[in-house]
Structures are given as structure tokens and as C-alpha cells.
Design a protein. Structure first.
Lengths: 423, 438
């Protein structure tokens, strides 16, 4: 559950919440509150604090740090969900960081509030050409994605998009000499005429269009289905969808109760002994750091995430990333293997020369490696392979570094192997 | 050429009647036949092996799919000089002075002349480019994602499905070589996603290899042997199987590419043709040309331009976007020629849709009737489909579609890859064919 609702548990978190049971754990995940804080060091790159606005890659590290040290991991996980859902890319870093804060603030709140905040968010306004879309030449870009990707998925027509684009006019972007952009709303730029959108007629403005979208019958099934897929990894069964739609509408379109209902659903617990979802690169990297107690101490994580195919703040398009098995191309699997090389070079997971006794039994060696990487789930096949490696490497008594070398191999495979890519 | 005809025969024969020994020998696998039969291999497997052998033969044709993401505008790329007045009315701010294309009433965007030997325009003039204006499908969906999915799969469906080139590999490819279908990039292109044929994603062939920090000798060998075995474990549900298969393929790709890694300053994949500097697209095309020249069994490849053609509010950028594409593709073609590969590599360039004829001031919105082209020594040169009539727009004010992209796919499969199209594109017969390959 900690992997699905966040980025894995530290061993202390796991012990703490295992004693308190599922109900209490879900309540804590949803609401935050007291819990054993991860004892993970604050980020330091070359002895300095992060500078997310100015230094290359530090924006990503700043967010990764939140994920690994958060006392409210579900909020970070949902911020990632909304970043994918309202995918924005290639905008100035300060704008992207501001958008990230907006997504976090509303991550578990009312969807209409989130949608309104995103629509007027400067990074989004710039990305989907809504800024400076005026009544003379309304730009359809935002109107289309609003319906297709953000609220409905289906149930609208090309005509709805064009009419909604008229209603959405009026946002204006002005650049200052210092390079900053200022967003304002100019009534002169807004098309105040009557429009017909989703079967209703009126002199709609941008807020009216958002309202029409979230009131549309296709909206609730669309958004609860997407949340389900994010947490469970399959498309939502009809009965579960009907239940979630009731929860969502009954709560006044709030996200927290829907996520609570998903986390409590038996489908999430059906395959506890065999994970059924592929970890996205961000979940894999943040989770590897969190569960091993390793803080941010290098910037390699940024380019490794890029090479694995999930560079936060730079989703490939407005549709976000393709989730699921498509994360695992032959190339991204190789990069995950390479990532393990960096992990076994960190203070928490690394193995200093001469630090491991050569006289450990294979069983002890495997247990030691498992502890160092946060006791991850492994299949029987992996358990066999780890024991076999330990037996063989430790048997070579002429080899002085056999204890250290064995640890490095075991820890590496516990991070790079097929089992570690799923949750 | 015989090699890929054999694939074709294989499928047709296989569907209609049992195979005879004579037919098997006729496929050119006589040498291996006794061995296969000695192992009591089912006759079906003999033929799969034959098809796979044919597929990796050094003279087998190669198809390269180049995706220009975002929706390339037809009107400003191939300008309708025959209807320039109407064009200028639709595009008062954006209109481009197209450079007349010999033998047509069209003008090409000046940027398409950029690059070695006159860029894409130069290739056209040498009869090596066949343009397909007005390409799309009926009732076009103007969503990037829907439309792109249709193009990637060759199916008009919302459902998840393997890509059309992945399906071709499922049918005509081998079972052991992931490099037969190569996607140049970090992730696997949806075009190349297969049902069961192994396929590969390669961002940079020079660093596809494996290593473990602080580990060497027997310990390293033990680790990689374990990793390889874990990649072959069966069972365990969809996610875990996908993870194991990815491990298996990653290791296979690393092993096959290891002879071509750079060492002692010597790059076995170096090119004699200059590619544009600082273009990821160009660099990947360079890698691809080099890899096709090696005995890696590459049959289909997919590559995406780094540019974003979704020019809603910045169509002036088309100048640079098309310029980079032209420079990179011209270098790729010159490289293939220098390597003696140009007679068997055909490149197909496409985008998910076109753009609205009427501009929105500084850009254009999503539209129908886009542009694609085939490129290569074997390409039929010219303008191969009807240019949409600017005076007869559809009910959404978009261009009329003049050629279905599935007609083009079916033609590429049959004329270049030598596989009957209906095995890959459902109801392929209904789309007809267009001569694309000499």
C-alpha cells in the first residue's frame, strides 16, 4: 500500500503502521499527521543546498526530495498524478514550480477548485496557447484538451470545442523587461456573445465553461476511472466505477474521498504476493531512495530519470506519460540497471572496501543485502538466484574482497532486477 | 529480393494448405532442413525459421518510419501555387513563398531545400521523394492522441493495440532478435510495439552495454548470468512478465551491440557524411544508418523528430522545424548512399494530422488532410496523391482527405516488405494500393 499510495515505506514506517492496521493507515495516508518521520538527510549537492529555480536539474531534485522525505506521501503521489493529468511542459522553471505548488495545494481537494487554478495557471496558459487567445481569433488548443484530457474524455463535439474556445477568450500575457510574464484578464479581449456548449446556450465565460464540463455526465466516470488506473493499474470494473462516481458526486466533487475508497477497495489487496503494476521511473527512483533512507546527494538522478523516460516538469506532451508496461523498453531497463550502479555508490547502499566480513554464510549475506535496500519484495526465482550468487561468490576463498563484492552484486540485483521494477 | 518474396509465399501458402517438402526447399532453407526435421520440429516451425532467416538476410529491405509529431501543416509546406489567391486569403499572415517544384503546380517551403545536396527538395528533384498530400482517414479525429494512435496502430480504434510495424514483425519477423524492430530513443515507439516478436529501443548504441560498479571477474559473470536467467522466468502476471522480458531483451541488445562500442578512439559506427550538429534527430538517424550497415538484422525502424509541429501560435517556427528535418533526412539519405544501403532502405515520413486551412492570426489549429512522403532510391518520385481543393473544404472547414493512410501502409507492406497487407492491416483490400516503390 505504501508503494501504491506513495513511494514505498521506510522500515520504521512499515513497522509502525503494520501494528495499527489498514483502516488507521489509510486515514493517515489520506490526511497526514503523526508518524515516524523518515530519518533522511536534507539534500546537499557538492556541499550546497538545492537551487531549484536556477541550477540545472535541481527542480527535479527538489521534488524528489519532497517525495522521499514527505510525511504525507499520498499528497506527493497525487501531485505527480495531476502533473501527468494536466501535463505542462517546456515553460520557465519558476512558472513550473509555481504550478507544482498549485497542484499540491489542491491535490486532494475539490476538483473544480483544482481545475480553476490550473486554467488560470501561467505555465498552463502559456503552454496551451490560452494566453492571448482573443475574440478575433480564438485559439482552440486549451478548449480541446480541457474536454478531451482534463474533464470528459468523450461526449463532446468539434463544435463544442470551437464554441468553448470563444468562451475561454480574454486571458492576456504581457512580458516585462526582466523576462517575467504577467497574466491578466481583459474583458475587451473576451468574446461576450452567446455560445452553445455541451447542449447549453448562454453568454458563457471561462468559469462557466469549466462548470459545464464538471457538471457533464461524462466527467465523474472519467476522472474516477483515471484515478483508479493510477492506483490499481487496471481499468476500473463497472461496479467499482459506479461506487466511486457516487462517492465523488456525493462529496461535491472532492478527490480525497475517491482516493480513500480506492485505497480501501479489495482489488488493491488481491495480489499482495505478486505485484501487478510497473513502477514509473519517478516512483522507482524516489522509492529506491526513500526505502533505503538515502537523501539527495547527487544530481545524476535527474538525467537518469530523463533516460528512463520520465523527466518531471517535462512530460512528452499534454497527454502526459504512457503508464504501465510501456515504461519498460529494452533501453529503459538498461538505464534502470545503470541507476543501480549509482545506488550502490551512495552512503546508505554502497559497500566500502573491507566493510563486509568474508565469513558470512550465504544466508546472512543475502539478509544483509536485503536490509541495506529496505527489504524489498522478491519472487521465489529471485530468492534462488540471490542465494546461488552468494554461495558461489563467497565460496572463492582465494578472493580477498569476496564479502564486499558479493554485497555489491546482491544489492545491485535487488534494485536492478525484474522484481524491483514492479509494485 | 527473393528473400522477402519467400516471406510472402510463406504466409499465403501457410493459410491455404499444408506445406510440402518441395515448397520448404523452395524457400531456400534446404541446408537446415534435415536438422530441423531431425529434431522433429513441427513443419510450422520450419517455416517460421525460414521466414526468420529470410528476414535477417543482408539484402533484406528495411523500412524506416519517421514521425513528425504535432501535426504538420500541408499548405505552408507544399504551397498550392495553382490556387495562390485562395491560399493567400486563408493565410494572410502566414503565407509562404513556395519554391516551384518542377513538374507540379506546387511550391515547396524554402526550408525544405536546406541540407546536403539540396535537402528534401533536392531529393525530390532527383526522383527520390514521393509526396502524399491530403493523407488522413475519413471523419478525421482532431485529437493528437487519438489520431496518432490510429496512425501508430493502423487501426481506427480507441483500444490498446500493437503497432502496425510490430504486427508485421509478429507475422514476418524472427523470435530471437530484438534488433529486427528498432525504436531509436529511450522508450519503445508505439509503432513498434509487438504482440510477441522481440523488439528493441536504443537511444545510443555506444552505451547499450552493462556493467556493475566495483564488481568484476567471476562475481560479475555470476551476476549477469543470474540477470539473464531472471529475464527468462515464466509466469508472474502481466507487470512482472513485462519486467522480465525487458531484462531479457536489454541483455540481448547489449550483447549484440557490444562489438560496435567505441574503443581506443575508434568508433565502428562513425559516418563519412556530415549530419547537422546539435540535432538529436540527426544523431539518431546517423546511428540508425550505421546500425543498418552492420549484420544486426534490422528490418523496421522507427524514429521521431525532436521538433513539435503543433504550431497553434507560432507557425513562423515552421522555417526552423522543416529546416532541421530537411537537413537531417538529406544527410541520412546521403549516408545510406555512401554505405551502399540506399537500394534497400525506404523511409516513410508522417505526422498525425494536418492543420486548418484558415489561420488563427499567428498559427493554425488542428486540421485534416496532412502530408506524408516516401523517400529513398526505391521510392516512386513525384506527387502521388491528389492535392486537396482549397475551394472544397469539409463541413468543419478542413481540407478534404484525398488518400487514406492505410492505403499507403498496405502498399508499403506489399511493395517494399513483400508481405501481403491483409495479414497486418485488417480489410487491407478495401483501401486499394498506390505505387510507392519502384
Amino acid at each position: 500500500m505504501f508503494w501504491r499510495a506513495g513511494f514505498g515505506a521506510t522500515p520504521r514506517e512499515a513497522r509502525h503502521w503494520a501494528r495499527r492496521g489498514k483502516g488507521a493507515t489509510i486515514r493517515w495516508l489520506l490526511n497526514g499527521g503523526p508518524s515516524p518521520a523518515p530519518r533522511i538527510k536534507a539534500p546537499r549537492i557538492d556541499g550546497h543546498r538545492l537551487d531549484p529555480e536556477n541550477e540545472w536539474g535541481h527542480d527535479v531534485l527538489w521534488w524528489l526530495d519532497r517525495m522521499i522525505r514527505s510525511r504525507h506521501p499520498l499528497q506527493e503521489k497525487l501531485t505527480l498524478f495531476w502533473h501527468d493529468h494536466f501535463a505542462t511542459t517546456e515553460q520557465d522553471t519558476p512558472l513550473m514550480l509555481a504550478q507544482n505548488k498549485t497542484l499540491r495545494r489542491h491535490a486532494l481537494g475539490r476538483f473544480p477548485d483544482l481545475l480553476e487554478a490550473v486554467t488560470r495557471d501561467p505555465a498552463m496558459l502559456m503552454f496551451l496557447s490560452l494566453a492571448n487567445s482573443d475574440k478575433e481569433a480564438p485559439n482552440e488548443n486549451y478548449a480541446r484538451e480541457l474536454m478531451e484530457l482534463f474533464t470528459l474524455g468523450r461526449g463532446y463535439s468539434e463544435r463544442d470545442i470551437r464554441q468553448a474556445a470563444r468562451a475561454l477568450t480574454g486571458f492576456k500575457a504581457e512580458w516585462h523587461d526582466n523576462g517575467n510574464v504577467e497574466i491578466s484578464y481583459d474583458r475587451e479581449w473576451h468574446d461576450a456573445g452567446a455560445k452553445r456548449v455541451l447542449g447549453k446556450v448562454g453568454r458563457f465565460d471561462w468559469k462557466d465553461v469549466l462548470d459545464l464540463c464538471v457538471r457533464h455526465p461524462a466527467h465523474a466516470p472519467f476522472v474516477v476511472g483515471k484515478l483508479w488506473e493510477f492506483f490499481v493499474g487496471t481499468s476500473v470494473p463497472r461496479s467499482a466505477r459506479a461506487h466511486l462516481v457516487r462517492v465523488y458526486r456525493g462529496s461535491g466533487l472532492r478527490i480525497r474521498p475517491v482516493v480513500g475508497a480506492i485505497l480501501a477497495h479489495p482489488a488493491l489487496y488481491r495480489n499482495l504476493d505478486a505485484p501487478t503494476m510497473v513502477k514509473s521511473p519517478v516512483v522507482f527512483v524516489a522509492g529506491s531512495l526513500r526505502t533505503t533512507g538515502q537523501g539527495i546527494e547527487r544530481d545524476a538522478w535527474t538525467w537518469l530519470l530523463d533516460s528512463m523516460g520520465q523527466y518531471p516538469f517535462r512530460p512528452p506532451s499534454v497527454a502526459g506519460w504512457d503508464w504501465g508496461a510501456s515504461w519498460l523498453s529494452s533501453n529503459s531497463m538498461r538505464v534502470r540497471f545503470d541507476f543501480a550502479n549509482y545506488m550502490i555508490d551512495t552512503p546508505r547502499v554502497g559497500v566500502e572496501d573491507g566493510s563486509t566480513p568474508n565469513k558470512l554464510s550465504p544466508k546472512q549475506a543475502v539478509a544483509r543485502a536485503r536490509r541495506a535496500v529496505g527489504n524489498p519484495w522478491t519472487s521465489a526465482a529471485t530468492d534462488r538466484e540471490l542465494m546461488r550468487i552468494a554461495r558461489r561468490v563467497l565460496a572463492d576463498e582465494d578472493f580477498d574482497e569476496r564479502g564486499d563484492m558479493c554485497q555489491r552484486v546482491l544489492r545491485h540485483l535487488l534494485i536492478s532486477g525484474p522484481d524491483a521494477q514492479v509494485h | 529480393m527473393n528473400a522477402h518474396r519467400a516471406c510472402d509465399d510463406f504466409h499465403r501458402t501457410n493459410e491455404l494448405r499444408p506445406l510440402t517438402r518441395r515448397q520448404v526447399v523452395g524457400l531456400g532453407v534446404g541446408g537446415g532442413l534435415s536438422l530441423y526435421l531431425a529434431k522433429a520440429m513441427p513443419i510450422q516451425r520450419v517455416f517460421e525459421a525460414a521466414a526468420a532467416d529470410a528476414a535477417t538476410s543482408p539484402s533484406a529491405p528495411v523500412l524506416v518510419s519517421v514521425f513528425l509529431p504535432g501535426g504538420v501543416d500541408l499548405l505552408d509546406t507544399l504551397v498550392p501555387l495553382h490556387a495562390y489567391g485562395r491560399y493567400a486569403d486563408l493565410r494572410p499572415n502566414l503565407k509562404v513563398q513556395g519554391v516551384p517544384l518542377a513538374g507540379t503546380s506546387l511550391g515547396i517551403h524554402p526550408s525544405m531545400g536546406r541540407g546536403i545536396n539540396g535537402g528534401v527538395k533536392g531529393l525530390y528533384e532527383r526522383g527520390k521523394v514521393g509526396f502524399l498530400p491530403g493523407i488522413d482517414y475519413s471523419n478525421p479525429d482532431l485529437s493528437h492522441f487519438h489520431s496518432r494512435h490510429f496512425w501508430e496502430t493502423g487501426l481506427i480504434t480507441d483500444r490498446s493495440a500493437p503497432g502496425w510495424l510490430g504486427r508485421w514483425l509478429d507475422r514476418a519477423g524472427g523470435r530471437d532478435n530484438p534488433l529486427q524492430g528498432i525504436s531509436m530513443g529511450y522508450g519503445l515507439s508505439p509503432v513498434m510495439r509487438s504482440g510477441r516478436a522481440p523488439v528493441a529501443a536504443v537511444a545510443s548504441p555506444g552505451d547499450a552495454g552493462f556493467w556493475i560498479r566495483g564488481v568484476w571477474g567471476d562475481a560479475y559473470d555470476e551476476a549477469m548470468a543470474a540477470y539473464t536467467r531472471l529475464g527468462k522466468v515464466n509466469g508472474g502476471g502481466h507487470a512482472l512478465s513485462a519486467s522480465r522480458e525487458a531484462a531479457r531483451l536489454a541483455k540481448l541488445v547489449a550483447d549484440r551491440l557490444s562489438p560496435y562500442a567505441e574503443h581506443d578512439g575508434n568508433d565502428p559506427l562513425a559516418s563519412t557524411v556530415p549530419y547537422p550538429e546539435e540535432s538529436d534527430f540527426g544523431e539518431r538517424l546517423r546511428y540508425l544508418a550505421a546500425m543498418i550497415s552492420k549484420p544486426l538484422g534490422i528490418r523496421v525502424a522507427s524514429i521521431e523528430a525532436g521538433a513539435d509541429f503543433d504550431t497553434h501560435d507560432n507557425q513562423s517556427e515552421l522555417t526552423d522545424l522543416l529546416g532541421e528535418v530537411s537537413e537531417c533526412l538529406a544527410a541520412f539519405q546521403a549516408d545510406l548512399e555512401a554505405r551502399g544501403l540506399s537500394n534497400r532502405v525506404l523511409t516513410f515520413v508522417w505526422s498525425e494530422f494536418g492543420r486548418r486551412p484558415e489561420e488563427n492570426d499567428s498559427g493554425t489549429d488542428h486540421g485534416a488532410g496532412g502530408l506524408a512522403w516516401v523517400q529513398g532510391d526505391r521510392a516512386v518520385g513525384g506527387v502521388l496523391s491528389e492535392y486537396p481543393d482549397l475551394n472544397r473544404l469539409d463541413r468543419d472547414d478542413n481540407l478534404q482527405v484525398t488518400i487514406d493512410f492505410r492505403r499507403v501502409y498496405s502498399s508499403l507492406l506489399e511493395q517494399h516488405l513483400g508481405t501481403e497487407a491483409s495479414g497486418v492491416i485488417p480489410r487491407a483490400g478495401a483501401f486499394g494500393r498506390v505505387a510507392l516503390v519502384k
